[in-house]
Design a protein around this ligand. Structure first.
Ligand SMILES: *Cc1c(COP(=O)(O)O)cnc(C)c1O
Length: 471
């Protein structure tokens, strides 16, 4: 399998190349040249496999010759062996229709671990084959940073520089990043929002003063390997609920559109998905884009679900590429206009494909405000005894208001452990969830991070002074 850029002007790469490159050199995102497809019989034969084996089967077509099936299985076993639940992503029933898929049993308590534990091993594997050093530069709204740092701390030939918006991540999230003291880990608090931090990271990928000296890599969901790893749990949950003989819907708490795009890929691969419900908080650019075609950036409003406080959803570009007939040159023009004007309209073709035909009304969307979120936490606790986090609650609100036929099971992706966001949970339920023992003495450990202004040159200078050159 080779990988092409959504903007049509970067060289095609194999899986290892796309994993190490992150963003394409033309500013686009790498996608597989074609979606692999499984038949219904092949899907049925996957039922009951242990998670690491299912992961190998789903991912092998994307990995191609870059890893043998035996090696890929070793890596998936290594990545998922660190999860605190034997099922890795256990499914829980809430009522006759509603289910929760718990994705937070990894080391840093959010679903980001599912992809990043594997990505850390993939980096190590592919870097060991050459002489190159990798400089990972990422921006985080909270959970990617801790999961990425846990996955690469202390590994050879890789440095990680993680930017977080100062004061806009929770204490648990910040400490999970800043208390990891390893020689290859650098945390940077910057002034501004997550979108400001992400814009700096994207700029660095296209800054030849940096890319000439450093091999800049990505751990954000612009990295294809992350999305690939997330496809697996859509299959796992659907198989458990009767796929391929029964259709399942998913409600996905959404920020950067990575998680829900993985669901879209699962559908392209043949998994019968009835609906993907894109759940947003009041930062609702995606809800507006999917309902009216207006993709225009608003001001980011900080909420109790900070990992979704995003107004530019990088992975939406991957969907637009497919919906627009995979025309890289046209999409490059559209994205350049968006970057200049902070707004664009979906084309007629994109809108038509969203509503009918291929993506046949696969997507719907819903927006939850602070009250909707608190009510969903309260409903889950009072009616089912489950304590859920604010992000999951936004998904559950969307699931419960979807209007889907009662026969269709609706699976809400539970993206974070409630103890990561204890204030909102306590407000809704009166219960302050405890951190699981696997995170240890987080609040006693020393924190280390740099404070920088929201200024690209300051960040680039800081990184250039500390990163290891590519060769
Ligand atoms: C990252 C994150 C999201 C949003 O996922 P995207 O892939 O960016 O859409 C939702 N919930 C939590 C807890 C997250 O960490």
């Amino acid at each position: 399998m080779d990988y092409i850029s959504t903007r049509g002007a970067a060289p095609a790469l194999d899986f290892a190349g796309a994993t190490l490159a992150g963003l394409a050199s033309d500013g686009g995102l790498y996608v597989p040249r074609a979606w692999p497809r499984f038949s219904a019989d092949e899907i049925a034969a996957m039922a009951g496999l242990p998670y690491a084996e299912l992961a190998q089967k789903i991912m092998q077509p994307f990995v191609g010759d870059c890893l043998t099936p035996e090696r890929l299985l070793e890596l998936t076993r290594g990545a998922y062996g660190r999860f605190a639940h034997a099922a890795v992503t256990p499914l829980k029933q809430l009522d006759e229709q509603q289910w929760l898929l718990e994705l937070f049993h990894g080391p840093t308590l959010a679903f980001k671990d599912v992809a990043l534990q594997l990505l850390g091993l993939l980096f190590e594997e592919f870097l060991a084959r050459g002489s190159q050093n990798l400089t990972i530069v990422g921006a985080t709204s909270g959970d990617t940073g801790s999961a990425a740092i846990d996955a690469v701390a202390g590994r050879a030939k890789v440095d990680i520089f993680m930017l977080h918006p100062r004061g806009r991540v929770s204490d648990v999230q910040r400490r999970q990043m800043t208390t990891v003291i390893a020689p290859n880990v650098y945390n940077i608090a910057i002034e501004g929002s997550f979108d400001d931090a992400q814009a700096m990271v994207k700029r660095m990928f296209n800054d030849s003063a940096m890319t000439d000296r450093f091999a800049i890599g990505a751990v954000n969901s612009i990295n294809w390997a992350r999305l690939m790893a997330q496809i697996v749990y859509y299959f796992a949950a659907a198989l458990e609920l009767g796929a391929p003989h029964r259709k399942v819907a998913f409600a996905v708490p959404t920020g950067n559109f990575g998680d829900v795009f993985a669901g879209y890929v699962a559908a392209q691969m043949g998994l019968p998905i009835e609906r993907l419900i894109v759940a947003t908080n009041v930062n609702d650019i995606l809800h507006r884009a999917l309902t009216t075609g207006d993709y225009s950036q608003g001001i980011v409003t900080p909420t109790a679900a900070p990992s979704m406080d995003i107004q530019v959803s990088s992975n939406f570009e991957r969907l637009l590429f497919d919906l627009g007939g995979r025309d890289g040159a046209a999409l490059a023009g559209q994205m350049r206009a968006f970057e200049a004007n902070r707004a664009m309209q979906l084309t007629n073709a994109q809108r038509a494909n969203l509503q009918a035909g291929g993506a046949a009304a696969l997507f719907s969307s819903a927006r939850a405000d602070a009250d909707d979120m608190l009510m969903a936490i309260r409903w889950a606790y009072v009616e089912t005894g489950e304590v859920i986090d604010p992000h999951t609650a936004i998904g559950l609100h969307a699931a419960r208001t979807s209007g889907l036929d009662k026969e269709i099971p609706v699976v809400t992706l539970a993206t974070a452990h409630p103890a990561k966001f204890p204030d909102a949970v306590e407000q809704a339920t009166g219960i302050r969830p405890n951190l699981p023992t696997r995170v240890g003495d987080l609040f006693e450990r020393e924190e280390r991070f740099a404070d920088l202004p929201g200024d690209y040159a300051a960040v680039a200078d800081y990184i250039a002074a500390r990163a290891t050159p590519k060769v």
